[in-house]
Every structure is written in C-alpha cells, then in structure tokens.
Design a protein around this ligand. Structure first.
Ligand SMILES: Nc1ncnc2c1ncn2[C@@H]1O[C@H](COP(=O)(O)OP(=O)(O)OP(=O)(O)O)[C@@H](O)[C@H]1O
Ligand SMILES: [Mg+2]
Length: 357
C-alpha cells in the first residue's frame, strides 16, 4: 500500500470507517447524469474496548467486525479506503518554489518534515500534495505535508487484512468528513457558499467539530462527549446490559420514565455542549458567528435533537445527509438510509475517493 492521503487516481473501492462504536462501510458507483449512486452500506457494532481513542486495541475484534460488515455489503470489491483519526496525523502547509521536479520536492518535504515531526523519519510515513498557487507569492506553490507514525497505519491495515481486504488508500477522518460535507452542503441554502458552517459529529465517545467557511475548513477541535453516556445511564437506571441498552436506545421499549428522566436531560446536555463549542469557536477565532450547524454521527439520529440544539444555540441546525442527491440501489431502503446517514459521513467521504480526479 502507498501511504496516500492524496492519491491521484484510484480503482473501485469501499470506504471503511473504523471507529469506537462500529465499523461502517459505504460503496458508491457512478449514477445517472454523473451523480453518485449508493450501491451498498453496512454497520457492524464493535465491542466497547476494541477501539480506544482511535487506536486499535483489539485487533481480532476489529478484524471480525470488518469481516461482518463486508459480508453485509454483499459485494465482490475487496479494495478499501481507510482513514486515520486526525489526532494520529500531523499536517502542515508550506510554500515551495514553482516548477520543482518530483525528486526535489520529495527532498524538500523531508527537510520540512524533519523540522516539525517529533519522531525519527524512519518511524513515519509522509505524503504531500500541491494545493495550488500561493496567494501571497507568485513564484511559489502551497504544499500540504501530512505525516503519521507507521504503527498507526499498520494497525489499521492489519485489521483490514485480517478480514481479507486490501487497503489502497489511507486518508484522514477530517478530510473524509469534508469530502462528504461537499455533498451534504446541498441541504443548505446556496449549498453553503459564503457561509460559516459548524459540522458537529457526535459519536459514541467523541464530539468532532469542524468549521467550514465558504466550504473551506477553518477550525478543528475535539471534545469528549458522546452517546455512550446515554447508554450507560440507560444501563444504570433500568438494569440492562450494554447491548440491551444500545438496542433499546434505537428501537424503544424502555419504561415511560425514560423519555423525561433520561433522554431529555441527555439531549439538553448535548445541546449545551454544542453551545459551548460554538462559544469557544467564536471567542477564539476571527469569526463572530456561524450561519448553520450540521449535526452528524450516531447521536444526530436522536429524534428532535436538531430542534434542541437550535433552541439552545439560536443557530439554524440540520441533520447531515451526504446521500441527499444520490440514486439508491434497489437493495437500500430510503427510510433506513436516512436514519443511518449522519453516522456514515466518514465512510461516505472515503468511498468518494474512488472518483478522485
Ligand atoms: N437512533 C439512535 N438514537 C440514539 N442514539 C443512537 C442512534 N443511532 C446511534 N446512536 C448512538 O450513536 C453512537 C454511535 O455513533 P457513531 O456511529 O457516530 O459513533 P462512532 O463513530 O463509532 O464513535 P466515535 O466517533 O466516538 O469514535 C452510539 O452511542 C449509539 O448508541
Ligand atoms: Mg465517528
């Protein structure tokens, strides 16, 4: 495998998101009129401690979940795109002289990397991509360099290989979210152009915040908060196992007190957490407002969560759906896809790598 956040041209592949609650997969193909078509997707739950802080702690469990998800996909494709958590990647924009040969660029990338990477260079994989002309200097181009420790990459690769899959792309989760956002932005007025949008992905344990201005990322943060808090409160209150609590959360069937005494307080603390993130963003950057909040991750599927966040923050809030304009293969049910869509942002962004220009 090439370590390439920025691979140029790629064959058909499946986008695979390995996160703390589950392994999620999405496969896209070209739809009619040049749009995308979603062929298939799958979510395979993971045991609690298999992935911790984005690191693979239980290789066998993760390998099993990847295999289970792949079987559910019912596909023949074995090539996959994976992503590293942002915390595992150091990236930096630098300027380089225009028109350098590939070898000279590589040398310069190494020299730059030597300066800002706190590990020896043979412990890391490095990749770079020319972003375009420098806005400030006519003889230079902007280049983004990304580096990650080899072991982080190898762990993920091993999980895919254990399931018989072949990794052809190693991306970064935040880049994948941004790719999927380009599709989900169609839900916004003027497709998000000239606006400031805060994407908040609330998963099981982490809240990932990514603010885009005019569709460019300007701010990235993480806060520890997630749906696991609600799951453990359900367990504690009603004496359930974590699996039972997880099922009850999605399918219902809990005592009447759940709604008012457990779910509502959780939704309020989620909204408060979002309000804090918003305040932190406006007070620590040049921006003094956001135009829209886009909720993603599993917690965005809680009915009414958009209204709760909008009320607390006074900002228009929508639920992310990157599949909004896609055609669906006959095996996908629209209603189920709508419910799962917010948690599939990363897998979808990775699946889009197939169509890289
Ligand atoms: N319909 C639903 N109602 C309530 N909670 C839900 C629903 N669907 C998923 N969740 C919750 O969302 C969480 C999982 O979200 P997601 O799949 O985005 O997490 P993750 O990406 O694995 O986690 P992280 O990003 O923290 O590593 C779980 O806590 C799960 O219970
Ligand atoms: Mg996640």
């Amino acid at each position: 495998m090439k370590f390439d956040f920025f691979n140029e041209r790629t064959p058909p592949l499946i986008g695979v998101d390995i996160s703390s609650a589950s392994v999620k997969m999405v496969e896209l193909s070209e739809g009619p009129k040049g749009g995308y078509r979603i062929e298939s997707y799958a979510i395979a739950p993971l045991a609690k401690d298999a992935v911790v802080d984005g690191n693979i702690a239980g290789l066998e469990q993760v390998g099993d979940a990847v295999k289970r998800a792949w079987k559910l996909m019912n596909t023949r494709e074995k090539r996959v795109a994976l992503a590293l958590p942002a915390a595992a990647v150091i990236s930096k924009k630098v300027l380089m002289q225009k028109g350098l040969r590939e070898e000279d660029m590589e040398l310069q990338v190494e020299a730059e990397a030597n300066q800002y990477i706190p590990f020896s260079l043979d412990e890391v994989n490095i990749d770079f991509q020319v972003l375009g002309d420098s806005p400030t200097s006519p003889d230079e181009v902007e280049v983004i360099i990304a580096a990650s420790r080899k072991e982080k990459i190898q762990d993920r690769e091993a999980a895919a290989e254990a399931a018989g899959l072949k990794v052809v792309i190693m991306d970064v989760e935040t880049y994948a979210t941004e790719a999927a956002y380009r599709l989900a932005a169609n839900q916004l007025p003027n497709a998000g152009r000239d606006q400031t949008v805060m994407i908040i992905d609330i998963g099981a344990v982490m809240m990932h915040i990514n603010v885009l201005h005019n569709n460019q990322s300007v701010y990235i943060r993480e806060q520890s908060f997630g749906g696991a808090q609600l799951t453990s409160e359900i367990q504690r209150r009603f004496g359930l196992s974590s699996d039972e609590a997880e099922i009850a959360k999605r399918k219902g069937g809990l005592p009447e007190s759940y709604e008012n005494e457990v779910l509502q307080p959780f939704m309020q603390s989620l909204a408060l957490e979002v309000a804090r993130a918003l305040q932190f963003f406006t007070s620590s950057t040049q921006f003094n407002r956001v135009d829209h909040i886009m909720l993603a991750g599993g917690c965005a599927s809680i009915p009414g969560i958009d209204a709760a966040v909008a009320e607390r923050t006074q900002v228009n809030t929508i639920i992310a759906n990157p599949f909004i304009n896609m055609t669906l293969s006959s095996k996908i049910k629209q209603q189920l896809l709508n419910a799962d869509a917010p948690s599939l942002m990363i897998a979808c962004g990775l699946a889009m790598r197939r169509f890289d220009e």
